[in-house]
Design a protein around this ligand. Structure first.
Ligand code: IMP
Length: 435
């Protein structure tokens, strides 16, 4: 038996919404600390616990289990959203054990406005963002006039730096909308109050986390979004503004890469996509509608119906490479029930040639034709039947599903560590104990 790891990275291998939250929630039972390392409240995750439903956008999964949770420096934080999530947990009777990186950047109301306005003017290059101000906040960070949580909790710094940030953003917004008028004083007063409330959580999380890992604490690094939405190795410009893959963990936490791993890659049994950009295996037909309904493919953050398609192992293979993934979890297999045949995309044809690897450039992807392999589908079952199958483990899975999973494993050259065939924690089958 392999030695179980002390830390693990959980990353999505597609376009987000792969079910990372469910797996984090599952593995968090064995963890001491759960850390978010990138993104902001563009992510969405619902956890049902003892009849209470908790909806998170920025809070790391693990908070429901009252684990220690950390928001790392690679994240962008909307203080109001975070305070609401803290309050909801407390109302639900949960003790919040949270630490925030003093160097994570702060989302302001004008960032949300810039997000919406810029999207309008991006034309065919719009990403279909969540309009939560994510991109503009990371832009200001990179341009070096953004505010960090350290600034937020020090009113003098907040006042001085906010004036500067406000003026720059006002100038940008006025290019698009000269009537825009949000008062600086009001924003300052509101954010000063947030700073007072959040102050007790803010520390140097890089130092703290390294110390905890060195002392043997078990830590989960929880990715948001997915590898193919990442800024450097994703489907730019149709993705998000942070590194949603394993390379982002070290950057986004200050924990060196030799203390991180293994990386568990999460995929769904099919493709889903929120937002814009070509999806070669997209199903804009009744089968797509059926998968959307059976998989409840509606955004947690925006409520938008997600685009769905056949499983695309060709782009996932690229993500496996970027993340150094050796183990994966396959989620939502039950959502493909009653569909026959099933198809898996195993390559792209571009201008008459079969490509060697996922081409990353949207201009090429949009001209690619997916190459499929057909698989026999499995029958519909009731929720109780799926739960009973999960209870009885891998051997109880329908044979057709085993063939489908074997093909995934072989094509990606990975082990399947976890299978999920339903929304509950108990609907998870563990094939390999890695954490
Ligand atoms: P942003 O992160 O709000 O700037 O959005 C950029 C792109 O990433 C858009 O296509 C969004 O739909 C997508 N996106 C952002 N967060 C998520 C997520 O958590 N799941 C799926 N898609 C996401």
């Amino acid at each position: 038996m392999e030695k179980k790891a002390n830390t693990i990275g959980i990353v999505g291998l597609s376009f987000g919404d792969e079910g990372k939250g469910k797996i984090t929630d599952y593995l968090a039972q064995n963890a001491d600390i759960v850390v978010r390392f990138q993104g902001g409240n563009n992510a969405g995750h619902t956890v049902v616990h003892n009849d209470n439903t908790f909806k998170f956008h920025i809070m790391p999964s693990g908070a429901v289990l009252e684990k220690e949770v950390i928001i790392g420096n690679g994240c962008v934080v909307d203080p109001k959203v975070l305070l609401d999530e803290i309050e909801n947990l407390e109302i639900g009777g949960k003790k919040v054990n949270l630490k925030l990186s003093s160097t994570a950047h702060v989302i302001f109301p004008f960032h949300r406005d810039v997000d919406g306005l810029e999207e309008k003017f991006k034309g065919e290059y719009k990403a279909g963002t969540t309009k939560r101000g994510i991109g503009p906040t990371y832009s200001d960070k990179a341009a070096r006039f953004g505010l960090r949580l350290y600034d937020l909790i020090h009113p003098n710094l907040l006042k001085k730096k906010l004036e500067n940030l406000y003026e720059i953003n006002k100038k940008i917004i006025h290019c698009y909308d000269p009537t825009w008028n949000k008062e600086l004083d009001k924003i300052y007063e509101e954010y000063k109050d947030y700073g007072v409330k959040l102050k007790k959580y803010v520390i140097d999380t890089a130092y703290y986390l390294n110390k905890q890992i060195d002392s043997g604490k078990k830590v989960i690094f929880e990715g948001a979004q997915g590898t193919l939405l990442g800024i450097d190795h994703g489907f730019y410009p149709f993705g998000t503004s942070s590194n949603a893959n394993a390379t982002g963990i070290s950057n986004g936490t200050g924990v060196p890469s030799n203390k991180i791993g293994p990386i568990l890659g999460i995929i769904k049994a099919y493709t889903s996509r929120v937002g814009e950009g070509a999806v070669p295996s997209e199903l804009e037909n009744e089968i797509g509608d059926q998968i959307r309904e059976q998989g409840h493919e509606y955004g947690t953050t925006t409520g938008r119906p997600r685009r769905v398609g056949w499983l695309d192992l060709f782009n996932i293979k690229y993500s496996v490479m970027i993340n150094g993934v050796k183990d994966i979890a396959v989620m939502l297999l039950d959502a493909l029930e009653g569909i026959d045949p099933l198809k898996i995309c195993i390559g792209y044809e571009f201008e008459g040639e079969i490509l060697e690897s996922w081409p990353i450039q949207p201009e090429i992807v949009e001209k690619c034709r997916p190459v499929y392999k057909n698989f026999k589908g499995w029958d519909k079952r009731s929720r109780e039947e799926w739960s009973s199958i999960a209870n009885n483990g891998y051997d109880a899975l329908p044979n057709e599903m085993k063939v489908y999973l074997d093909a995934v494993k072989e094509y990606l050259d990975v082990d399947i560590a976890i299978i999920s065939i339903g929304p509950e924690r108990e609907d998870t089958i563990i094939l390999k104990e890695i954490f």
